[in-house]
Design a protein around this ligand. Structure first.
Ligand SMILES: [Zn+2]
Length: 435
């Protein structure tokens, strides 16, 4: 029989009390981060955000490095892809626990009732672009670590915090770059928490897979007054859409999974039609060109389940197109891959999952919910490039608010998840011994 892991004790209360007493500081830190408008694209103000974090970590005794992902997609002198990574060694050897947050935010869009970069506080919430996704989580992890260092200065192992670029555009100038340099993954890091906004009582174990592809149908140009002399590529694309509606979409809807993806609508295979472009552009006076389109392009975004194989996902679409090639006169197509990511899933029994689950029980007094994200996040690079399996997303903020106008993060939620992170950090570094 395996002895039950014990982590609760007076030290747990000390961590919780110290974090609660830092409420104002947590609010101020979150606001400071929101006020640096790291909008991506284009990837603005990364250096300013990294220097801010460097200052903060240096004051807590971290060795801090700023790393530019020179040459990564999107990196330019106008918009350099800066990242920051800090490491603080403990008093004796032990595991390394890493908190990784992306510092970029998506564009604001319209519909805001507050200034998206003011970080205004109202009714126990902090508003602003990135408050929920994920500067609130970053701030919570920093406070968690600072309080932990105060109470357990003689800890074993090492603690790392990173702020990385470009998660919203694939992570190539951020986590992927640092993972390739051996900084974000095994053997340097043993346990990783990514404080994405998954709600304070949920542990996100991974995400579905992604396949983006462009399909092109071909035709033959002719005068628009005599379309019978040409062959309309847009009509061929309409035939593709009809076949998708009749065959593919019903098949995807039937393919469900027991994996706990949230929201529940994503517990099946899905496909978005991202865009369709066909025909010549209208002229400068707004008049269309009187031509039969000879090309039509469509971008699809297929999200697939753990149970599906990427190749089968691709074949399913090609089969529809091949059927049309056989059945529809004049139909021909091309297809090219744009982007693909396999699903990622961390085992429920993994150390970081058990530690965070136990901390959620202690802090919130309830069982954690295990979830899987419908979309990908930087965990894919940690898994594939960093070869680190012991990684989850856990952080404050309501997932549905991400990328929305009037995005906010609840201050009490940040305090609760900072406490969970601090207790989990203790558990991972001390191997589950009582505080
Ligand atoms: Zn995010």
């Amino acid at each position: 029989m395996v002895a039950a892991r014990r982590t609760s004790g007076p030290g747990t209360d000390a961590l919780a009390a110290a974090i609660a007493s830092r409420r104002e500081e947590l609010v101020a830190l979150t606001q400071d981060l929101i006020r640096i408008p790291t909008v991506n694209p284009p990837g603005a103000d990364y250096l300013q955000a990294c220097e801010y974090l460097q200052d903060r970590m240096t004051r807590s005794g971290f060795e801090v490095e700023l790393i530019r992902a020179t040459g990564a997609p999107g990196d330019s002198d106008a918009f350099p892809r800066w990242n920051v990574i800090g490491r603080r060694e403990g008093k004796r050897p032990g595991p390394c626990v890493h908190f990784n947050s992306h510092i970029d935010v998506v564009e604001t869009g319209s519909g805001w009732s507050v200034d998206p970069f003011s970080g205004s506080e109202r009714d126990g919430r902090i508003y602003g672009r990135g408050s929920c996704d994920m500067k609130g989580g970053l701030a919570a992890s920093i406070i968690a670590v600072e309080v932990f260092l105060e109470i357990h200065p003689d800890y074993p192992g090492a603690i790392e915090i990173s702020g990385t670029a470009d998660e919203e555009s694939g992570g190539y100038g951020g986590v992927a770059h640092l993972a390739e340099k051996g900084l974000l993954g095994a053997p340097r890091v043993d346990h990783m928490i990514i404080p994405e906004p998954l709600n304070k009582d949920r542990i996100c174990l991974g995400h579905r897979g992604v396949w983006w592809a462009e399909i092109e149908t071909f035709g033959r140009i002719a005068h628009g007054s005599m379309p019978f002399l040409g062959d309309c590529a847009v009509r061929h694309m309409a035939a593709v859409l009809r076949a998708f509606e009749d065959e593919l979409y019903p098949a995807l809807a039937r393919r469900t999974t027991p994996m706990p993806i949230v929201p529940e609508g994503a517990r099946q295979s899905t496909m978005n039609i991202n865009s369709i472009h066909g025909g010549l552009m209208e002229g400068h006076d707004g008049f269309p060109a009187a031509c039969v389109p000879d090309s039509c392009r469509m971008v699809i975004d297929r999200r697939f389940l753990i149970e599906e194989e990427l190749q089968a996902v691709k074949d399913e679409v090609s089969d529809v197109l091949d059927d049309l090639t056989r059945s529809r006169q004049g139909f021909s197509y091309g297809i090219s891959d744009i982007f693909e990511v396999n699903p990622t899933l961390t085992d429920k029994g993994a150390p970081v999952v058990r530690s965070v689950a136990s901390a959620i029980r202690q802090v919130l007094g309830r069982e954690p919910e295990f979830v899987i994200s419908p979309g990908t996040y930087d965990q894919k690079h940690i898994d594939r490039i960093g070869r680190l399996k012991d990684c989850i997303a856990y952080g404050p903020g309501i997932l549905d608010l991400a990328h929305q106008p009037d995005e906010y993060v609840g201050i009490d939620d940040m305090i609760a998840s900072a406490t969970v992170m601090a207790i989990a950090l203790h558990d991972l570094l001390y191997g589950g011994k009582a505080i």
